[in-house]
Design a protein. Structure first.
Length: 188
C-alpha cells in the first residue's frame, strides 16, 4: 500500500499540494482530492500496521479496487498471492511474506487440485479446514493458478487463454468466490 508515504502525504494539506501541482500541471490539481481519497482508503492505519489480519483485509480492498478499475491483470496476479496470504494468516503464520512459510501453503493448495477421479483424499490438506468448502477452494485455486500463469508468462503458451475470458473471470467471479471462501477477510 502507501506504507510510509501516507503519513508524509497526509502532513501536507490538500491546498498546498493543489497549489504545487497546479503550478506545473493545472488540470491535475482538479483531480488531486479524488486521487487522495481513492488511495487513502487503501492505507493501513499506523496503529494496526503490525496486525496481519488487517493487512490481509486491506490487500483485499486493493484487490476490489483493481476489479472496480477493470485492472484485471493486477487483480488476478494479486488474488493468487492473496489466497496464500489469507491461508497463512489463518494458520497463525504472522510472517506470511516469508517465502518458506508461503511455500508450504502453496504446496497444500497444489495438492488439492484434482488430477484424477480418486482425488477426494487430496482435499484433506490442513489448510482446507479454514474454508467451508474445500472442493470449491480446489476448483477456484486450479482456475486462478492457470489464469495467473497465463498472465505471468504473457500468454507465451501453446494455447493462451483469451483476454475476454480472463477479464470476465476477474470482473465477475474473483470477488464473489473470495468472499464465499474467506468471509472473515473479505468483509469491510
Amino acid at each position: 500500500m502507501l506504507g510510509g508515504a501516507l503519513p508524509a502525504l497526509q502532513k501536507r494539506s490538500t491546498p498546498d499540494l493543489a497549489a504545487e501541482v497546479g503550478q506545473f500541471a493545472r488540470p491535475f490539481s482538479l483531480l488531486l482530492g479524488r486521487i487522495q481519497d481513492s488511495y487513502n482508503s487503501l492505507a493501513i492505519p499506523s496503529e494496526s500496521a503490525q496486525d496481519p489480519r488487517v493487512q490481509i483485509q486491506k490487500h483485499f480492498q486493493l484487490l476490489r479496487w483493481y476489479v472496480d478499475k477493470h485492472l484485471s491483470t493486477q487483480a488476478i496476479l494479486l488474488a493468487r498471492e492473496w489466497v496464500i496470504s489469507a491461508l497463512c494468516v489463518s494458520e497463525g503464520i504472522q510472517d506470511y511474506r516469508v517465502f518458506e512459510r508461503r511455500k508450504s501453503i502453496e504446496e497444500q493448495l497444489g495438492a488439492m487440485i484434482s488430477k484424477s477421479e480418486e482425488a477426494s483424499s487430496q482435499l484433506d490438506q490442513p489448510v482446507a479446514r479454514h474454508v467451508t468448502d474445500p472442493k470449491s477452494l480446489s476448483e477456484f485455486w486450479s482456475k486462478l493458478t492457470t489464469y495467473r500463469n497465463d498472465l505471468a508468462h504473457v500468454q507465451m503458451r501453446e494455447k493462451p487463454i483469451r483476454g475476454e475470458k480472463l477479464e470476465k473471470f476477474a470482473l465477475e467471479e474473483l470477488i464473489p468466490k473470495l468472499r464465499a471462501l474467506f468471509p472473515a477477510f473479505t468483509q469491510p
